[in-house]
Design a protein around this ligand. Sequence first.
Ligand SMILES: *Cc1c(COP(=O)(O)O)cnc(C)c1O
Length: 411
Amino acid sequence: MAQINDNYLKLKAGYLFPEIGRRVAAFAKENPGAKIIRMGIGDVTEPLPPAVTEAMHKAVDEMANRATFRGYGPEQGYDFLREAIAAHDFRARGCDIAADEIFVSDGSKCDTGNILDIFGAENTIAVTDPVYPVYVDTNVMAGHTGDANEKGEYAKLVYIRTTAENNFTAEVPDRKVDVVYLCSPNNPTGTAMSKELLTKWVHYARQNHAIIFFDAAYESYISDPSIPHSIYEIPGAKEVAIEFRSFSKLAGFTGTRCAFTVVPKNLKGRAPNGEEVEIYKLWNRRHTTKFNGVSYITQRGAEAVYSTAGQKQVRDLVSFYMANAKIIRESLTQMGLKVFGGINAPYVWLATPGRMTSWQFFDHLLKETNVVGTPGSGFGAAGEGYFRISAFNSRENVNEAMGRLREKIKV
Ligand SMILES: *Cc1c(COP(=O)(O)O)cnc(C)c1O
């Protein structure tokens, strides 16, 4: 019989979202009249901006015509998109990133997992706790961890705890790690890293020859002008960081699929014989071998995000969700809850009232208000006692949900 990759057996059975689904389904069955509002989702709800769909329609027509039809495109993405990204997302912010350092892909989720292909198994890997679960699970699958303990923490991973006690600050560790995942603005805590903190991390990485995997999927939600949108705004970051970006939350592409990863040419890793190797070359090799490019139609849609009309439309989209976040923040604060995030990210992170566990609060909220959120403990041990509410929803649902909470939840 064929052997399996037994690292998969170490994974905690995809617990969080299936368990939410199970409890909501059971509740709905017992309470058929309940009007359930889902505030747990990390998915956008508004349609694609018109500039994007117009560009995609035009691209469809090109594909229907022999003279303008296109087959395989460059695996790394079309130049028109890579140039637009380099100009708008990086050069406009003073970051010296070239178009050919940008690798267009079908998602940041995939990229943050796939990047492990080009790194060795002996690296010490650090993640924050709570954390976007993809970073952890992909390391487990790749065999970079030991088994999980009863709290769900994997042996060999270094956990950097971020809680209200340290203001959700991912401090540099006092030991050496080789790779660290940073997500800012953060999913799930909704908080963002300051320039000072990111500068500390870049110094740490340079001193320790570490590489930072910087996930900036929510950069378009930053409202505070002092917060960096890209890690390359920090001097010296090009030698130590890979950045992951996505059109998913920026332009409603969660179902359309387009993202990109920045791998600067000055970034180096080490071979077992001590020789320095350009990470860029390895990633280019990996990407061109295992990936065959994002569809032309999708890339034209993504390019249109950078047009004048597209820029205005995505700003409006983000503003819409952030107005939801403001309503959520203010309602919960008025109720006397301790809330975090929701200013530079579409997530509000709250401390559960009365020392309830995350799941106790989940059940309480579902029963009393028929509102569904996400238990913080599902994102890691340090998320226990916290709860995530997402701003991705209609205004009507947000207002209705907050009204129910004010009426039914006693703090
Ligand atoms: C939504 C999200 C992404 C984007 O994923 P895609 O695969 O590009 O849709 C990346 N990182 C985090 C933390 C996210 O929440």
